[in-house]
Structures are given as C-alpha cells and as structure tokens.
Design a protein around this ligand. Structure first.
Ligand code: SF4
Length: 121
C-alpha cells in the first residue's frame, strides 16, 4: 500500500503524518507522526473524504467596500473547491448585508451555504 504524507491542520503544530492502509485489515489505517489522537481522526477523514472550507469574496454594490468576504458554512468535498470558486465568482449582491446572511444556498448540492463573514451597510 502507498504511504500518503499529510499535515494535520487541526492546530498550529501542524504535525506531518505518514498514513497508509493496513494490508491485512482493509479500511484500517496506520498513522505515524501525530502528536495527539486528533491527528488519527483527521487522517481517517482526510483519507476517506477530504473536505475543505472555502473562503472568497463576492461583488457588492452600494457598500463602502467593493467586495464582501464570504465562506462556506461547513466544509465541502475537496474536488468541488474550484467549481465552488467559479460559482462564487459570478455572484453580485446589494448592500446592506448582515454577517451570517446566506449568499448562496446549498452550494453545488453540497448542503453547505455560502455565508457573509462580515456586515456591510
Ligand atoms: S495531531 Fe494533534 S498536535 Fe498534531 S497538529 Fe493535529 S491536533 Fe495538533
């Protein structure tokens, strides 16, 4: 089995881990390099279904700033990050907007919304 290098991103230590599936136990992983148990959980999640939180901005009209910062309400599958950025790039909204407002509902069918991360009058 191939060993994958991963960096745990759950805390600032950023442990560099080596992860591979156990040849005699399919679905079970051998994880090395982590400094706590959270790294093992992260390795399992990342191995089976890697996800990412997406942050970006959208064009906003009638506000004191030209762009509104946004992010996904929860992580989405890693392979959908670039399609998500394309979807976000086409959005234009009008002020005012409150922090937490839903800008795109159910982004690409992921059950994650794009939400405002600040208010703009
Ligand atoms: S394995 Fe634990 S200590 Fe290492 S980066 Fe992840 S959370 Fe932090």
């Amino acid at each position: 089995m191939e060993t994958k290098e991963m960096i745990c991103i759950l805390c600032p230590l950023g442990c560099k881990m080596q992860v591979k599936e156990k040849p005699d136990k399919p679905g079970e992983l051998s994880v090395r390099g982590q400094q706590c148990k959270l790294g093992v959980d992260y390795a399992y999640d990342e191995y089976a279904n890697p996800t990412r939180t997406v942050t970006s901005t959208v064009l906003i009209h009638n506000a004191r700033l030209p762009r509104l910062p946004v992010k996904t309400s929860k992580p989405i599958p890693k392979e959908l990050v670039f399609p998500a950025l394309d979807e976000i790039a086409g959005v234009e909204i009008k002020a005012p907007v409150k922090i937490g407002a839903v800008i795109i509902k159910n982004l690409l069918g992921t059950d994650s919304d794009i939400i405002a991360t600040r208010s703009l009058e």
